[in-house]
Write a protein that binds this ligand. Structure first.
Ligand SMILES: Cc1ncc(COP(=O)(O)O)c(C=O)c1O
Length: 392
């Protein structure tokens, strides 16, 4: 019987996407913790703080109220209106709530956006280094992710020139931009984003802008792609600024002519987004002061690392403009950042993510450190890294 099932149920070729190696670091850190070691977690990109108190209070009230049924596929009308209002507050933009689609985290937003905008076989440009699931979701859907290597000359983002060079070599159908970016923490200036969007759209290349780290911009204000083009597809989330990773809720701002396509897809893929999470998300908008204080904490952590790490010898990073990541060049110490991260974990008790997840080519020279943790942990991490590098 087992043999028969094995023959019937082979993993599909499309499921053969690479794993997310950060999860291997998480598992190794957990093994050390089980042995009684204290590990400083800088590997996973998530806020240490929980959902805002306003969100928790709204959920408590909802739990003792009426049954929590499905909502409309595009999301609760009141939440869609609240998200649209946030664009007026954050960016002075007038967004029609009809363009707002509530999703199960930005992760589901990518799936919906790629399915709505691209055919199997379409080629979509992504920055390297970049968030691995962009490439892996595209590949699972039969699209072709086209990595564009970025460097310091272009502030580590895709330029219109680089995009068009790829497009001339072989037609591109889309490009994904993210500012602030993961893993680098770098941001695109409003001008750089405007130029890229203009180049892309003039060439018939659809733009998807991942704005999940908006609200966590320290170097300068993050620009919203919707201001620059009504045709850009914007993806955002309650996971990072709103500290709600586990609630699995995000949203999209979709060009009007794509809303129905996204709706049909979500009707079939999910029916609707968890109602409790939608209630929590709407209330989270009322937690301005609480969220600003979390953000202030990240800024302080960032300063501790930017000032402290160079003293340890770890002195080469990409500009840490936003999000909560520092992408450090460790090539002075190792040309295998996976082995380096393992040693750092075992010897210093600091868990960090090797760059190979984010950039299959040069990632072996980089390490990503997430500074969304406690301030004391950041100070201790600097000390531990210093001791580790001294001994190396
Ligand atoms: C750049 C980027 N986009 C999207 C996501 C997915 O977030 P979620 O699905 O929790 O909204 C992450 C998570 O780390 C991320 O770093």
């Amino acid at each position: 019987m087992l043999e028969r099932a094995k023959n019937l149920l082979q993993p599909s070729a499309r499921s053969g996407v690479p794993p997310f190696m950060v999860m291997d670091v998480v598992a190794a850190a957990a093994r050390l913790e089980a042995q009684g070691r204290r590990i400083i977690h800088m590997e996973v990109g998530q806020p240490a703080a929980g959902a805002p108190t306003t969100a928790i209070a709204a959920v408590r009230a909802a739990l003792s109220g009426a049954a929590l049924g499905y909502t409309e596929t595009l999301g609760m009308a009141s939440l869609r209106r609240r998200i649209a209002r946030a664009y007026a507050e954050w960016h002075g933009l007038d967004i029609d709530p009809a363009r707002v689609v509530v999703t199960t985290g930005s992760s589901a937003g990518f799936l919906l956006a790629f399915l709505a905008a691209f055919e199997a076989g379409d080629r979509v440009a992504v920055a390297l280094p970049g968030y691995p699931p962009y490439r892996h979701i595209l590949a699972a859907l039969g699209c072709e992710p086209v990595g564009i290597e970025t460097n310091a000359e272009t502030r580590w983002s895709i330029t219109g020139e680089a995009l068009l060079a790829q497009h001339r070599a072989r037609k591109l159908n889309g490009v994904i931009v993210g500012s602030p970016a993961n893993p680098s923490g770098t941001m695109m200036t409003a001008l750089a984003l405007a130029e890229l969007i203009e180049c892309a759209e003039d060439a018939g290349i659809a733009v998807i802008s991942d704005e999940i780290y908006h609200g966590l911009d320290y170097a300068f204000a993050a620009e919203c792609a919707t201001r620059l083009s009504p045709d850009a597809m914007v993806i955002n989330s309650f996971s990072k600024y709103f500290c709600m990773t586990g609630w699995r809720i995000g949203w999209m701002v979709v060009p009007p002519h794509l809303v129905r396509a996204v709706e049909r897809l979500q009707q079939n893929l999910a029916i609707s987004v968890p109602t409790l999470s939608q209630i929590a998300a709407e209330a989270a908008f009322e937690a301005g002061a609480e969220l600003q204080s979390v953000r202030l904490g990240y800024e302080q952590n960032r300063r501790i690392l930017l000032e402290g790490l160079p003293r340890t010898g770890l002195n080469s990073f990409l500009p840490a403009d936003g999000a909560f990541y520092l992408y450090a060049d460790v090539s002075r110490f190792s040309n295998d950042s996976f082995a380096f991260a393992q040693r750092l974990l075992e010897q210093a008790g600091v868990a960090a993510t090797p760059g190979v997840d984010f950039d299959p080519l040069r990632g072996k020279e980089f390490l990503r450190l997430c500074y969304a943790g406690a301030r004391e942990d950041m100070r201790e991490a600097v000390e531990r890294i210093g001791d580790f590098l001294n001994r190396a």
